[in-house]
Design a protein around this ligand. Structure first.
Ligand code: PLP
Length: 465
């Protein structure tokens, strides 16, 4: 299939995830159909070239030019053993990958449970936390804490942790009683500038909640090292140390959801290393294979996994394809490539250039904030160069209508998102060089300038606020 027949067949048969499906098809916008990738660029079915400023939704750490060597790894694995489960049996690739991941993970996080993606990993982590508490004689620890606007996946268990109302509303009562506390968005709070006060307010909100509900009823606190939804929300100094202290004081486990921040996004193997977090469990997916195959996992500390090694206790959770040999072989090779090609070193070396170039965008009147770390950044869009908010109708026009079409026109894959306040987000492949970074930021500037004009946000208006 090609051209219009691909467009037509997509409209007729393919339900797009998290998409206004009605936007495409007869008389609608053309659907962006990507056919080919090379380096940090992708090409659509009309032959147009785009710079991938989002690593295919935070996945393609290595970009697109490693296909040949991953294909060899995949072919060898499929010839040797196409499939075996990790239920009561195992295979060398899952074992070696678990060993390798354990050696890279922080602290005593040494046990790995494989899944097929992020949502499955979050749910598995919840079950592991529950099994730990039940084994410790605390079955009443049934509640959890997560943060507003955070995204932790959409299968019904994971959805309970997600703090995005629009993703939850149609689906009734959450499967798990999760309490959502304030996230770490410093831009929108008045004491955001006074970091210590901000940290202590956030931690005290959690402690007040625990005391009101009964701390002995809580099993888990879930947080990303840097929260994605809302636009790269960095933790203020002392936040993760404070979470650890609260968790220890009240016997609660901490899950760092590293589906995005794991495998180099913040310039370190795990985001926890970069922000000083010491969680009991880490969830990973996306970058684990750099998206050359689907895979996820939960990395669990020895002491949390300990009760699972009691002779008569069965781990009461499993998924058929968790630890699939093909994905495991690819994940192992992904780690080899990271080490062989200095991928983390490159990400760390390029970060200051990216950060400096992005700060230049502050001169545009529609840009209110520029925040991020590693190769994970967001630009918050405002109506007046300060903290002025767009109303719901304006946000819709800006984020849902104007930005996607204008980004495509500029040849830039980036994410315009309004699960929190409206942001333009980027997460370049970790192999990006200065030229790619410049291309991404130049195009962001072009699109943001056009967005300002479209929304009537002018220099004069910004100056008058
Ligand atoms: N957790 C976080 C932090 C995520 O960003 C995502 C997806 O983007 C998920 C969980 C869910 O992952 P998946 O889409 O692979 O189920």
């Amino acid at each position: 299939m090609q051209g219009t027949s691909l467009q037509q067949a997509a409209h007729d048969h393919l339900l797009l995830h998290f998409t206004r499906n009605g936007r495409y098809g007869d008389g609608g916008d053309p659907l962006l159909i990507l056919e080919r990738g090379e380096g940090c660029h992708v090409w659509d079915s009309r032959g147009r070239r785009y710079v991938d400023g989002l690593s295919s939704l935070f996945c393609a750490q290595l970009g697109y030019s490693y296909g040949a060597e991953f294909a060899e790894v995949a072919a060898a694995q499929l010839r040797e053993l196409a499939f075996n489960t990790v239920w009561d049996t195992a295979h060398p690739q899952a074992i070696e990958l678990a060993d390798r991941v354990a050696s890279l993970a922080p602290g005593d996080l040494n046990k790995v449970f494989f899944t097929c993606g992020g949502s499955e990993s979050v749910e598995a982590a919840w079950k592991l936390a529950r099994m730990y508490h039940v084994a410790n004689g605390e079955p009443n620890r049934t509640k959890a804490i997560a943060r507003t606007t955070a995204y932790h996946g959409v299968t019904l268990g994971a959805l309970a942790f997600t703090g995005v109302p629009a993703a939850k509303e149609p689906f009734g009562e959450p499967a798990i009683p999760v309490f959502h506390v304030s996230n770490t968005n410093a831009y929108r709070v008045d004491d955001g500038g006074a970091e210590a006060a901000f940290t202590s307010r956030l931690l005290s909100e959690i402690e007040q909640l625990l005391l009101a509900e009964g701390p002995e009823t809580f099993a888990l606190i879930v947080a990303e090292p840097v929260q994605n939804a809302g636009g790269c929300l960095l933790p203020p100094a002392g936040y993760w140390a404070g979470l650890r202290e609260l968790a220890d004081r009240y016997g609660i486990l901490i899950l760092a959801d590293e589906v995005i921040t794991g495998f180099g996004r913040l310039g370190t193997w795990f985001g926890s290393d970069r922000v000083g977090a010491s969680p009991d469990m880490i969830t990973v997916a996306k970058g684990l294979t750099s998206a050359y195959a689907p895979m996820g996992g939960v990395i669990v500390s020895d002491w949390v996994a300990d009760p699972l090694y009691d002779d008569r206790r069965t781990l009461a959770h499993g998924v058929t394809f968790g630890g699939h040999p093909l994905s495991a072989a690819i994940a192992l090779h992904n780690i080899d490539v990271f080490e062989r090609d200095g991928v983390l070193e490159n990400a760390r070396a390029i970060e200051p250039h990216l950060a400096a170039r992005l700060q230049e965008l502050r001169s545009l009147p529609i840009v209110g904030d520029v925040r991020g770390i590693g190769l994970f950044w967001a630009v918050e869009m405002v109506r007046d160069g300060k903290r002025g908010l767009f109303d719901a109708e304006e946000r819709w026009r800006l984020v849902k209508e104007f930005m996607p079409a204008r980004l495509a026109e500029a040849g830039l894959i980036a994410r315009a998102d309004d699960r929190g306040d409206p942001v333009l987000q980027i997460a370049p492949p970790l192999i990006a060089d200065k030229e790619v970074i410049d291309e991404i930021v130049d195009r962001m500037a072009e699109v943001l300038e056009a967005a300002g004009e479209f929304m009537g946000v002018t220099d004069e208006q910004a100056a008058s606020v």
